[in-house]
Design a protein. Structure first.
Length: 513
């Protein structure tokens, strides 16, 4: 392994260390408690966080006892428009509570039995395991305990693939845990649920959610139909590249609609949370019974270690119970939280997305908001995405320079190869091919376990291109040049051997006599 290859790998190690530090600092907590904040305290905190992390736009609504107490937009929505509490954005996995409510409505109508297998409603449903195909129930899908995960199914379908096409494609999905035994977050679980809703209601998923949730709750700026959402005027979305937001076009994946592609606003999401907080009632409208709300928000007791109910994450913040759901798609991110004992909550949307942002900017925003809602002074410290971006850019530039220099040094390889034995040549070439292969295996098998604590797999088409474009560039810089150099060294060594002839080339000990 040459010195410049070692420098590139050292740069990757530095980056991993920096990211680990960012994650740790993102979780810093406040020390001093104060009274419940006025709106100026919220406004000051969010404004500072927005500038600190270079966030293009934020939409926020805070509510208490069923009433919005604070609503404001920060920054720009794109096309010269300011961000407002009513600016629509794709809410990502925050879609899942809406799918869960829809299923529970059908349960209340006796159209769905939670413990019936999926095949009772979709007779053709299959995964790669024939036994599991008839064992996975509706409850398993809602709790993410189907046994399926991205490690067993990491296919990226066309955005135009239909809901049914996406579910039928799961015949290629293999189980990575026994059915019903382990929580494994898997987006297609909720795509299956969306198709069940369509099969039993006779309506499209979008029409059902609009009629049975959006309209009763007065969510007038929420959409589950691509064309309606585009006409409503989506905020301009962004990826982040080395700490700078880069405008990107939104992507609608029809086959994952029930899992992640509802469009809504901070104000509309607060209306949904208020209904959940009030036992399924908002004004004169009831979307669920109190028993169904309790079932939705309660993690399954038979699955150890999970805090996930049915489209709902339950946890605590400084001892206070809190629930809700977060989400992100390729270019937006969303968080909604409900402090159940305080009857206070928030809906927060940003028109940008980056995986590290979720551990740094979004984490700091949420921790600070939750502190404010329980009457504590938020900690405004912690690492910024600006600094993270600078570190990543510096590592990338170091790796780029070392890559160029290592290629320059390759000019003397043909001459050097003539003085080496075949085994020595192979020993020099092997790291250039084996290390990239090992890197890709680690990315695929362990990225989710290490960073997300979920069986989530890496792929360059989605995670690399949208969620971590700068990390993807660094990885490509660490992998592709090594492979190219390895191939070049193999070809050059073969040519040198042929031109010099075997007799002129040293062979083991004999060649050194």
């Amino acid at each position: 392994m040459g010195p410049w290859a070692r420098q590139r790998r050292l740069a990757a190690v530095i980056l991993i260390g920096a990211l680990s530090a960012a994650t740790a600092m993102a979780c810093a907590s406040a020390d001093a408690a104060t009274g419940f904040p006025d709106v100026s305290a919220i406004d000051s905190f969010v404004d500072k966080q927005m500038r600190k992390h270079r966030i293009p736009g934020i939409s926020l609504v805070v509510f208490e006892d069923g009433e919005a107490t604070y609503a404001k937009g920060y920054g720009a929505a794109g096309q010269g428009q300011p961000m407002t509490p009513d600016t629509p954005m794709i809410i990502g996995s925050t879609t899942k509570p809406f799918t869960a409510v829809s299923i529970l409505q059908l349960v209340e109508q006796h159209l769905v039995d939670l413990d019936s297998p999926v095949t009772a409603y979709l007779p053709w449903f299959r995964v790669s395991d024939p036994v599991a195909s008839t064992s996975i129930t509706v409850r398993h899908l809602l709790n993410h305990t189907s046994g399926l995960s991205e490690l067993g199914y990491n296919r990226v379908l066309s955005p135009d693939a239909t809901l049914e096409q996406g579910v039928r494609d799961l015949q290629l999905a293999r189980l990575t845990a026994p059915v019903g035994a382990t929580f494994q977050y898997f987006n297609p679980n909720y795509a299956i649920l969306a198709l069940i809703i369509e099969a039993l209601s006779g309506q499209s998923y979008g029409d059902y959610v609009t009629e049975h949730i959006f309209r009763p709750l007065g969510m007038t700026n929420s959409y589950a139909d691509k064309e309606d959402a585009l006409e409503a005027g989506l905020a301009e979305g962004h990826s982040k590249l080395f700490g700078f937001p880069v405008a990107r076009r939104p992507i609608f994946r029809a086959h994952l609609l029930g899992a992640g592609y509802i469009v809504s606003t901070a104000r509309d999401l607060s209306r949904f949370l208020i209904a959940i907080d009030n036992g399924g009632v908002s004004g004169d409208a009831r979307i669920l019974s109190p028993d169904s709300v309790a079932l939705m928000t309660l993690p399954p007791a038979q699955v150890p270690g999970t805090n996930y109910g049915m489209g709902w994450s339950a946890g605590t913040h400084r001892g206070e119970p809190i629930g809700g759901h977060g989400g992100s798609d390729e270019v937006y991110s969303c968080q909604m939280g409900l402090l159940t004992n305080q009857h206070r909550g928030y809906a927060l949307l940003m028109n940008e997305q980056h995986l590290i942002d979720g551990m740094v900017a979004s984490s700091q925003l949420q921790i600070g908001l939750r502190d404010l809602l329980i009457g504590r002074q938020p900690d405004e410290g912690g690492i910024s995405m600006k600094l993270v971006g600078i570190v990543m850019l510096a590592v990338f530039l170091i790796a780029l320079v070392s890559t160029v220099r290592s290629f320059v040094r390759m000019r003397g390889w043909s001459r050097e190869a003539r003085s080496l034995t075949a085994r020595q040549v192979a020993w020099r070439i092997a790291p250039h091919l084996l290390v990239p292969a090992l890197t890709l295996i680690v990315l695929y098998r362990f990225l989710g376990s290490v960073l997300l604590r979920e069986p989530r797999a890496w792929n360059f088409r989605v995670v690399g291109a949208y969620f971590m474009p700068d990390i993807a560039l660094l990885l490509l810089l660490a992998i592709v040049p090594d492979i190219v150099q390895g191939i070049y060294m193999m070809i050059a060594a073969v040519r040198a051997d042929r031109s010099a002839g075997r007799a002129a080339r040293p062979q083991g000990n004999a060649g050194r006599r």
